[in-house]
Design a protein around this ligand. Sequence first.
Ligand code: DCP
Ligand code: MG
Length: 508
Amino acid sequence: MRNAPTILHLDMDAFYASVEQAAKPSLRGKAVVVGGLGPRGVVATASYEARVFGVHSAMPMAQARRLAPNAAYLVPRFSVYRSVSEQVMALLRELSPLVEPLSLDEAFVDLEARGAAWDAESARQTGTRLRADIRAVTGLTGSVGLAASKMLAKIASEQAKPDGLVLIEPGTERALLGPMPVRTLPGVGPATGDHLRRAGITTVEELAEAGEDELVRLLGRAHGQALYAMALARDDRPVVAERETKSVSVEDTYDVDIHDRLRVGLEVQRLADRCVRRLREAGLSGRTIVLKVRRYDFSTLTRSETLRGPTDDPAVVREAAARLLESVDTTGGVRLLGVGVSGLADYTQEDLFAQAAGERASEPPVEEADPVVVEEEPRPEERHWRPGQDVRHAAYGPGWVQGSGLGRVTVRFETPQSGPGRVRTFRVDDAELEPAEPLPLVQGPDHPPPCPGQSGGPRHRAPPELPEAGLSATADQEGPGTCQASSVPASLPKSWSGRVEDGAMSRP
Ligand code: DCP
Ligand code: MG
């Protein structure tokens, strides 16, 4: 292990929710929950203001609504999160060629690779500058951990949250880890945690004291050895730059739609096996299993499940694909199926926390699986207004859907650069209201304001307003000016709903 804290871990704070607060000035400082809003939806994330009420990622949305009834509930806008993520990753790549993204809002950076840092002081300076740059470029905050290993850097960024920086001096790792609960270590979820507790092991210190043989006996060879090394703060995993290949996937289009559910299931298994063969041929493993289903009416769904560690085990991929299929309605028939694996890793390097099918059988998948993210392309004929969705009104300009129901939709007219805007209500089929592209969070040379020179300008054409229809929206402040000029492509944003694939919630 290196002797300088030059591995950096960045994790954006309450990422989706912070993006929403940056985009929607009326939500800043408020409880915001982003996730699937349908009956089986789960929370993707909650703003820190909402976390005070106990709302957190992966919680069923219904429970979140009980805990924080006055929070704003929004569907995710993945395209915005992706573009903010690209900005953040670009800043990281300015520091080093060795940037390993773990998700949209999280990455490791090896600061020594191009001399961005070589000791504690230079590392701290680099981390501090990075946080300022992220704020300037995206308007958002991220937390930084610095340590001599990936594991400790990640623990450090967790401690730094929100909006902070923590550096773990080399040599202090074991003392720091000792009193921490075993769940702090990567790969230790609720099931392993319970298992260890029953054996009298609750802290990292106790793990180390138990010794390798005992841990292997309790958890099996791979998991036991890995956990013992981690308990001693031994982690030599290198930061691995993003791979050329981003995913491996296979798909089949069928001449005749498949209606038989059993046959659909068999096809998915076959595709899973084929996908794993490709993966292995390329010497790779991956963390995210993706199922793609195009239905008879060309509506296409992509569902994914992210495992804690990468796998190239056909049984694991098959199981995950089958779980994902459970949540897809295929009654009308299926014209295309696909299975993919993304979040790729070189198998040998990331094998540490990989889960063999046998190991998984003894543990419920809640431990391994993040909630399923569902991206669904809307059927063309439907005109749904989803809370959080970007819209534009011919007279009032850009805004976002605050709620809809009873044939009405309420829209709050505000932009990332405006003050809190006011709410207006329209008929859901109002011809002047259109879905719109998201606006950039920070105005730069590439992104001129939506209506230059017009902010605060007069409304040329103010259509009669409808009374609000029992929606939660309130008009608390006069909004910014409106735009008359630019037209916006009317592509519908993707809708979303999510669920946790953790057995308890999705299995009979
Ligand atoms: N996410 C999700 N489902 C989860 C966890 C996360 O959809 N179970 C999404 C929403 C998060 C984003 O991924 O905003 C990043 O995940 P993090 O775990 O980093 O959580 P946050 O960034 O939201 O909060 P924190 O400040 O704790 O990092
Ligand atoms: Mg985060």
